[in-house]
Design a protein around this ligand. Structure first.
Ligand code: LRH
Ligand code: MN
Length: 424
């Protein structure tokens, strides 16, 4: 299903006057807003191919109808999001859930939908049907060299798929670890994993990156072999200049100061990018900004400060990806809300008066520094984000148009109620 341009204009027309009133009001509060709008126009967030169907937990999965039943359907759905918000111009594939059967056809479809292929994701946390050796006790860490080789070969295969599609990065998230004290020799597990990652690293094309994603627990509940940012950075530093640390917001122990981790990884030039989501307890994979919006703002504050300090390109130098799971909401509505939350936090971070903030910090004027951040966080920048969308040919209110056009109902008519998307 595609959304015709005239449908977007028809939606925007009656909303223009109110939008302009709101935009003029907030824009009047800031000196030169144009470069900020341009940065928002250029910014894109990659949509996870594994989050276009309904997610579930071990206690149950309540499927939604009209889910995409194959890779083409998933790309069509990301194309719908991108047509609505003009900020979702990339898809991140997960292998083997999304093995492209015909590279040329998939690339043509991506071009038609205005989509790029972001980081590829390998999967050695599940045993595939007729897989010779099990990953029950790990993959790249495994005590058995044959199991490690099987996992290394899978990652190299994933790189091959990515090269064909024009992706430039591989994300390696390992469920490897242990559930009980004594089960694992931590040093050997680290060295086996490093050795395995080095073989994968040497298979990377010259212009590729490998993102080492860490996670504090689940599915192992005593130790994870890439358990925190320090361990991931240890691997990335030992691997080489093409290896970076990927920050999934849900992969931290309670009350971790993620914005400080981000600032230091950026300083080291070892930040890969993000899997954006939100959580109250564990790896809940909830809608971005739905539980801790101030934390998301503080993370983007460190990102803008750190990227500008290193003269980095906001659009291309980091991986901007969502990693969420939708147990009770329509996957596409949930993803529209997540992209909006990311754009709002990025816009607010761009509006911070860095000179004033620096003066307050240099003067140890704690109250002034806090007020600078909180005033911006309490500024409603939604009209600025909508203005960037409008100028890019998107909808002033993507979610409203998604519902007005009854897109889910149309997808159900097209696909039926029984199709199930591969993924989590
Ligand atoms: C692990 C994770 C990883 C993906 C998976 C779908 O929790 O965040 O990034 O491979 O979710
Ligand atoms: Mn993730």
């Amino acid at each position: 299903m595609r959304i015709e341009k005239y449908k977007i204009e028809e939606h925007n027309q009656p909303l223009l006057a109110e939008h302009k009133r709101k935009f003029d009001f907030v824009a009047a509060g800031f000196k030169n807003i144009e470069p900020i709008i341009q940065k928002l126009i250029d910014f894109n967030v990659a949509i996870p191919s594994w989050a276009l169907g309904t997610g579930g937990t071990r206690f149950g999965r309540f499927s939604a109808a009209g889910e995409p039943g194959n890779l083409e359907g998933k790309m069509e759905d990301v194309g719908l999001l991108h047509a609505l918000n003009q900020s979702s111009g990339a898809i991140s594939l997960h292998i083997p859930w999304d093995i492209p059967e015909n590279y040329a056809a998939i690339k043509t479809l991506a071009a038609q939908l205005g989509l790029k292929f972001d980081a590829m994701n390998s999967n050695t946390f599940q045993d595939q049907k007729d897989q010779p050796l099990s990953y029950k006790f790990g993959s790249l860490q495994h005590v058995d060299k044959k199991v490690r080789k099987q996992a290394i070969d899978h990652n190299i295969e994933v790189i091959k798929h990515g090269v064909e599609l024009g992706s430039k990065a591989l994300t390696v998230w390992l469920s490897d670890g242990s559930c009980f004290p004594g089960q694992l020799n931590f040093r050997k597990a680290f060295q086996n994993t490093l050795g395995s990652l080095q073989e994968i690293y040497s298979a990377l094309p010259a212009d590729w990156k490998v993102f080492v994603e860490y996670k504090a627990y689940e599915p192992n509940f005593y130790s994870m072999t890439v358990g925190d940012w320090g361990q991931s950075l240890l691997y990335a530093n030992k691997l080489g200049s093409k290896a970076y640390t990927l920050v999934d917001l849900g992969h931290h122990l309670p009350n971790a100061n993620i914005e400080q981790i981000v600032a230091l990884l950026l300083m080291e030039g070892k930040l890969a990018g993000f899997h954006f989501n939100d959580s109250k307890y564990g790896d809940d994979d909830l809608t971005v900004g739905s539980i801790k919006p101030y934390q998301l703002f503080l993370i983007f504050n460190e990102l803008v400060e750190g990227m500008d300090a290193k003269g980095m390109d906001h659009t291309t130098d980091l991986g901007w990806m969502i990693d969420a799971s939708h147990n009770v909401k329509d996957p596409l509505e949930d993803l529209l809300q997540s992209v909006e939350a990311i754009m709002i936090s990025y816009a607010q971070a761009l509006l911070i008066d860095r000179t004033k903030l620096n003066e307050a910090q240099q003067g140890n004027d704690v109250v002034a520094a806090q007020e600078i951040l909180q005033n911006i966080f309490r500024t409603d920048v939604r009209a600025i984000v909508a203005e960037a969308r409008l100028r890019s040919g998107g909808a002033i209110s993507p979610l409203q148009l998604f519902r007005q056009m009854k897109i889910r109902e149309q997808l159900i008519k097209e696909r039926g109620a029984k199709t199930v998307a591969t993924g989590l």
